[in-house]
Design a protein around this ligand. Structure first.
Ligand code: NAD
Ligand code: MG
Length: 395
């Protein structure tokens, strides 16, 4: 019998974390849940521990660890409970873990991703912000560690599935890639009314049920901007080789246009369990639980250009990629602060772009800040402070 893959899920209580547990539960012969982590939702994590019996669980701080410990003890579970950011790095690199699902939201996931990459784990990456901040350093850590990096973002998984396993041929093969975007809940809304939208409206995505941060990012299309940056690193592409097209049905998950202009696309129902199953099983394939596409029931597949007046943030991807290295980290930090301020009703939806643009103007990365994780985290903190100042001015 082959050894079962021991999986650590960072961000287990989130949307991607739960979908990962759903896929894993279909294959007890292939996967073992080794570690589950959560930030605040201790009660939810306790339920997940009861169902999946991990060896280790990690929460944010000592108080929560004590509470989780008590809940688990009441259930007679022997799960070891750890806490804090260092514990996330430790479990991601632990000897009894084979693969890591990076499903934390935001730059908070950078250090554990780097720890997993350096330790040569199979790293399944949903946490796009970690790569947007980490950039070159992140890819170097993957190379040094020698493990596989498997994209879980549906678009990047699509591109990955359209490419051969041998990475060394990718540059010769690809003319450009086309990332598809649903356009989110406001694709048809009059741009001059966008200042009125509420967090509830922004989080009501037509095709996907996701965490609140990525839902707002989909509504502004900053999610696609982050994905353009993510693709630059994952596939080592110059920014001009990455294009975006709106495709409201979310059936084609992205496309590779080859040198000979043959186009390869990956299709499927919009269900994150597919890219998660690809990440878990690659190069094999396993049942994901997603429904199969019914071509006879499909409506038309349509495509349109993204309107720059409605989605001014999209362009910031190419602008920040062409600016000094580290500028994408500034953009990500600004956007995390701006989305949080919008969700807390401290400013308007349309202010998100204002905060992002103003922060990019105010914060210029210095050369030594992109050379180390500490430098990147300092740059991230500097950008967050600048973004907070703009939020206060706008509020
Ligand atoms: P979510 O908000 O549902 O879950 C986030 C998880 O991260 C939770 O388990 C939470 O406890 C944990 N977390 C939050 N802040 C943390 C911190 N500071 N330290 C440690 N843990 C923390 O988010 P999600 O929708 O599951 O998205 C997770 C990541 O996957 C994001 O980067 C998102 O962009 C990406 N992604 C999500 C989807 C999707 O369909 N949900 C699709 C593609 C990519
Ligand atoms: Mg995506």
């Amino acid at each position: 019998m082959t050894q079962r893959q021991r999986v650590c899920i960072l961000g287990a209580t989130g949307s991607i974390g739960r979908s990962t547990l759903d896929v894993i539960a279909r294959h007890p012969d292939r996967y073992v849940v080794q570690v589950l982590t959560a930030h605040q939702r201790v009660d939810d994590l306790a339920v997940l521990c009861r169902d999946h019996r991990p060896a280790t669980a990690v929460v944010a701080d000592a108080r929560q660890a004590e509470r989780l410990q008590a809940l688990l003890r009441a259930d007679g579970l022997a799960t070891e409970v750890l806490h804090g950011p260092q514990a996330l790095c430790d479990v991601a690199a632990a000897a009894d873990v084979d693969s890591v699902m990076a499903a934390i939201v935001g730059a908070a996931g950078l250090s554990p991703c780097l720890a997993a990459a350096r330790a040569g784990k199979r790293l399944m990456l949903a946490n796009k912000e970690a790569l947007v901040v980490g950039g070159r350093l992140f890819m170097q850590a993957v190379e040094q560690g020698g493990g596989a990096l498997l994209p879980v973002d549906s678009e990047h998984s699509a591109i990955f599935q359209c490419l051969p396993e041998d990475r060394s041929s990718w540059a010769r093969r690809i003319d450009h890639i086309v990332l598809t975007a649903s356009g989110g809940p406001f694709r048809e809304r009059a741009p001059h009314t966008l200042h009125e939208v509420t967090p509830e409206q922004a989080c009501a995505h037509p095709n996907w049920v996701m965490g609140r941060k990525i839902s707002v990012d989909s509504a502004t299309m900053m999610n696609k901007a982050l994905e353009v940056i993510e693709a630059r690193w994952l596939f080592d592409l110059a920014p001009e080789r990455i294009r975006v097209v709106l495709h409201p049905q979310s059936i084609i998950h992205s496309m590779v246009v080859c040198r000979d202009h043959s186009v390869l696309a990956q299709l499927g129902t919009p269900d994150m369990r597919v890219p998660i199953a690809v990440g878990l099983a690659w190069p094999e394939r396993v049942v994901s639980g997603a429904e199969s596409l019914d071509f006879l029931k499909l409506s038309a597949l349509t495509f349109e250009d993204a309107d720059a007046r409605r989605f001014p943030g999209l362009q910031l991807a190419w602008e920040s990629l062409r600016a000094a290295e580290g500028t994408t980290a500034v953009l990500n930090a600004a956007n995390e602060v701006a989305v949080a301020a919008f969700l807390e009703r401290r400013m308007r939806f349309t202010d998100i772009h204002r905060v992002n643009a103003a922060t990019l103007d105010a914060v210029l990365p210095e050369a030594d800040e992109t050379a180390s994780v500490d430098g990147l985290l300092a740059l991230d903190a500097r950008a967050r402070r600048a973004a907070e100042r703009t939020v206060l001015e706008l509020g």
